[in-house]
Design a protein around this ligand. Structure first.
Ligand code: ATR
Length: 273
């Protein structure tokens, strides 16, 4: 049976083994998928050992996405732009390929939920690894504008600069947002603030006339950011569980060369929260 794992630290609460088990069942693929908690200083060793033991590929999550990227011999355009990888493929010739499926998984979830994208105004809050992975896929949908706002403004400015050749992108401060005249259609929270029960420092007027809010965090209850948006009258506000399932499905399709159907998997995973 072909073996796959997800590496992370901590990792024991990961939903990936469950999701990949469901994907395998749905597509009639015989695979084994578990998790490995690598030592924070022992990621590369753990990956190479897993490959030696017959592993075919792996997913990689925090804090190893940068190391996974550096370890690979071949990198896709998406991985190069994100400078991170969440999917490694062990090739028959002994090389390792790196891909990031976070952006594609995110876009799939946005499209499945009919989020406003093309010709729309998008505000992305946060400028960390999660933001970096979705900027190019978002710009590929040709929004009118993609603005990045971050607690540390310089990081938003660096990202806007870095992706400027791919579309209309700028960095905005919280003070700029307070003076906002044209509303955003889609607001995405990519910060880890929700995981700590905190709101990112953005003014409440950003929700004026906003149609759709996405929080990349998820839990068994609506996140603090989703509740805040709904209180301001935003009609559609969804969490990041669909993105998690989407990125898993993208990885699975790469490894197994089969098509998957996400909605039933998402329903099943939601029930386990
Ligand atoms: P990830 O890979 O999850 O994006 P990261 O690279 O550490 O993790 O980035 C975390 C992001 O969440 C950053 O944009 C961070 O803002 P700073 O760049 O100013 O640190 C943001 N963040 C985390 N906690 C936050 C909080 N309580 N309020 C606002 N922003 C927060």
């Amino acid at each position: 049976m072909d073996k796959y794992v997800v590496f992370g630290n901590p990792i024991s609460h990961s939903k990936s083994p469950l999701i990949h088990g469901l994907l395998a069942e749905q597509t009639d693929q015989k695979i084994e998928y578990t998790y490995i908690e690598a030592d924070v200083n022992g990621f590369t060793k753990a990956v190479l050992e897993f490959r030696k033991n017959g592993g075919k590929g792996c997913n990689v999550t925090s804090p190893f996405k940068d190391e996974a990227y550096n370890l690979a011999d071949h990198k896709t355009e998406g991985a190069l732009l994100a400078e991170a990888a969440n999917t490694l493929i062990f090739n028959d010739d002994g090389t390792i390929s790196a891909e990031t499926t976070d952006g594609a998984g995110f876009l799939l979830d946005l499209k499945n939920n009919n989020a406003p994208l093309t010709n729309k105004r998008i505000l992305l809050i946060g400028a960390g690894g999660a933001a970096r992975g979705v900027i190019k896929p978002l710009l590929d949908t040709k929004p009118e504008l993609l603005s990045i706002c971050n607690r540390t403004v310089s990081k938003a400015e660096q990202l806007a600069q870095r992706f400027t050749e791919f579309g209309n992108i700028n960095a905005v401060s919280a003070a700029d947002l307070e003076k906002l005249t044209q509303p955003y259609d889609l607001i995405i929270n990519s910060t880890s603030a929700s995981l700590h029960g905190e709101l990112p420092p953005v003014p409440v007027n950003i929700f004026n006339k906003c149609e759709f809010v996405y929080d990349m965090a998820y839990s068994n209850e609506p996140t603090i950011f989703i509740n805040w948006a709904k209180e301001q009258g935003v009609k559609q506000a969804i969490d990041g569980l669909g993105m998690l399932v989407g990125q898993a499905a993208e990885s699975f399709e790469i490894w197994r060369n089969v098509k998957t159907n996400i909605p039933p998997i998402l329903d099943a995973v939601r029930k386990t929260l």
